[in-house]
Design a protein. Structure first.
Length: 74
């Protein structure tokens, strides 16, 4: 009776997630960590995060408020 064949793949030879590779290229630790946390989120979750981010930037004055800009309040 022979032993079953086992294939060992070294970590460096395993295919890497391109998004994770991109996240690892950020120099800022906080941005790199935030980006890695967002990996694997659904499109709906990403859209919600983008919407919240846009609203926060508008509140800081960095952007026009996306919910009121078409109403003429900006």
């Amino acid at each position: 009776m022979s032993a079953p064949a086992v294939t060992v793949v070294e970590h460096s030879a395993a295919p890497a997630d391109p998004d994770a590779l991109l996240a690892d290229r950020f120099h800022c630790d906080a941005i790199r960590h935030l980006t890695r946390l967002a990996l694997g989120l659904s499109q709906d979750s990403m859209d919600l995060l983008t919407s919240v981010t846009d609203r926060l930037r508008a509140a800081e004055g960095a952007l026009r408020d996306p919910l009121t800009s078409d109403l003429g309040f900006d």
